[in-house]
Design a protein around this ligand. Sequence first.
Ligand SMILES: Cc1cc2nc3c(=O)[nH]c(=O)nc-3n(C[C@H](O)[C@H](O)[C@H](O)COP(=O)(O)O)c2cc1C
Length: 245
Amino acid sequence: MDPIKVLAPMAGITDANFCLKLVPFGFEMVTLGGYNIDKTTISAGEEILQRGRPEFEIREETYFEVIKREAIQLKEKWGGFVSVNLRSITPDPIIEISKIKEIDVVEINAHCRQKELTDLGCGQAMLQNPEFLENFIKEVVKKSSAKVSVKFRANVNDVNDLEIASIIESSGSDFIHVDAMKPGFNHADLDIVSKISQEVETFIIGNNSIFDVESARKMLNAGANGISIARAAMGGQIGFDLSII
Ligand SMILES: Cc1cc2nc3c(=O)[nH]c(=O)nc-3n(C[C@H](O)[C@H](O)[C@H](O)COP(=O)(O)O)c2cc1C
């Protein structure tokens, strides 16, 4: 089976229009968002907005309709898988979004490093509280109408990536989406991808610094089952042939 190619989330960029521009390049799954979807994260987003990051703006009254509209717009024109990356301090709003029938995957964001969100215990701060992360994922998995993915950043201080991968797996998530970021390097930490792939059976989407066929193949050879791409897609196109990966 060909590895799946995923358009990774880029807040403020990966809306339906942007995703539709990218799908002809050969993605099987695209990710909308990320979005803040509860009162607490939405008000943290407003603080982030005030320091010049408009991609964190979303209104509490409208987030559900916004996400639904984007998912419908995608599905009307494209038959691939639609994922949505979500930040929340409780599982319920994520479960609510999973009921939108055009959404195939809800992705729990354990990745964001904006201080206003990590101060709430959200985003990558979830990695520093494994018990909270585990209960959170289990609750989403139990009640979600969509498949579940957890996106996390590797090599965060005081975090054991293998423990996190095991928690994601034992909590029943369908996908482990790992940003194999290696601080100080402009390439992915393939060693951690390899170790994670030896630790778990869950489908791994390997992410970070895939800018050409070679870096994509290295990610897959390290043990990822699929790849995801963010910055190399930012210009609205992919400069290499995804179909040969
Ligand atoms: C502008 C921008 C916005 C991003 N927003 C999100 C987000 O909302 N949620 C998330 O999980 N990751 C987000 N990311 C991280 C990417 O999904 C990806 O993990 C990271 O850029 C590394 O992959 P790359 O080397 O292919 O860019 C964002 C990245 C960029 C550049």
